[in-house]
Write a protein that binds this ligand. Structure first.
Ligand code: PRP
Length: 212
C-alpha cells in the first residue's frame, strides 16, 4: 500500500494559493474543488491527503503528528515555537510583524509602554531585547482599536498592505520581522517518511523558484 502523507493546509485565501502550488507540483486532488463542507480530501494514487484547518492551528496538527506536513505562517512559528521542522519558505503570504501606533506617537521612555497584541511572545521578546519595560495587553482581534481608544500606546501586529493602519489613522513605526508561509514537518514523520516528504518539498521548491 502506498504511504499516505497527511497535509494540513490553512483555510482561506492563503490556503488556496498554497493548494494551487501543491497542485502544480503534481500533488493534485480533484475532489478538493468540489463545493462541499468536507474537510479532508485524498488522492490515493498520489499518496496525499489534505485537511483544511484554521491557519493558527496548522502547527498544532503537525507538531502532534495528526498531519505529517503543513503550511504555517512564520508569525505562528515564532509565537508558539512548535517542535517541528521548518522545511521551506514558500514565498507566499508575505507581510511583516510591526509595531504601529498613532501617527504622532512618541515614546516616553520614563513610562512603561502599553502594547496591545495577539502575539504576546513575539512582542515580549522584541522589547526585552531592547530592554524596554512593557505592559502587554493580550487581545484576540481588532487590535488597531487599542491605541485609538487609549487602551494601549502601540500595537504589535501583522502589516501587509498597511491599509488597515492607514484607515484608522495609525502608522507603522518599527518592523520586527518579515513574515511568509513556511512548509513544516512533524519530526517523527520526517524520519519515517523521509523520501515522500523530501519529494514533496523538492517539487514545491521548484514552484517557489518559478514564482520568484
Ligand atoms: C491582519 C492584521 C491587520 C491586517 C493588516 O488581520 O491583524 O488587521 O491583517 O493587513 P493590511 O496591512 O493589508 O491592512 P487578518 O486579516 O489576518 O485577520 P485577523 O483580524 O484575524 O488578525
Amino acid at each position: 500500500m502506498k504511504t499516505m502523507i497527511n497535509v494540513a493546509l490553512p483555510k482561506g485565501r492563503l490556503g488556496e494559493k498554497v493548494y494551487a502550488m501543491f497542485e502544480k507540483a503534481g500533488y493534485d486532488c480533484s475532489s478538493i474543488k468540489e463545493n462541499s463542507r468536507k474537510l479532508t480530501f485524498e488522492n490515493e494514487e498520489k499518496g496525499i491527503r489534505y485537511f483544511w484547518v484554521k491557519p493558527s492551528d496548522v502547527a498544532i496538527y503537525v507538531e502532534r503528528g495528526a498531519a505529517d506536513i503543513g503550511v504555517a505562517g512564520k508569525d505562528i512559528l515564532l509565537e508558539y515555537s512548535p517542535d517541528v521542522y521548518e522545511l521551506l519558505d514558500l514565498g507566499l503570504g508575505k507581510c511583516r510583524m510591526a509595531v504601529a501606533g498613532k501617527t504622532d506617537f512618541t515614546d516616553d521612555t520614563e513610562k512603561t509602554l502599553r502594547v496591545a497584541t495577539k502575539f504576546v511572545n513575539i512582542a515580549m521578546d522584541y522589547y526585552s531585547k531592547k530592554s524596554r519595560d512593557i505592559d502587554i495587553i493580550k487581545l484576540n482581534g481588532s487590535i488597531e482599536l487599542a491605541p485609538i481608544l487609549g487602551l494601549s500606546d502601540v500595537i504589535v501586529d501583522i502589516v501587509e498592505t498597511g491599509t488597515t493602519l492607514k484607515e484608522n489613522n495609525l502608522a507603522p513605526l518599527e518592523t520586527i520581522v518579515p513574515i511568509s508561509a513556511r512548509l513544516i514537518s512533524n519530526k517523527a514523520s520526517f524520519k519515517f517518511k523521509t523520501a515522500e516528504i523530501e519529494a514533496i518539498k523538492n517539487a514545491i521548491a521548484l514552484q517557489t523558484e518559478v514564482n520568484s
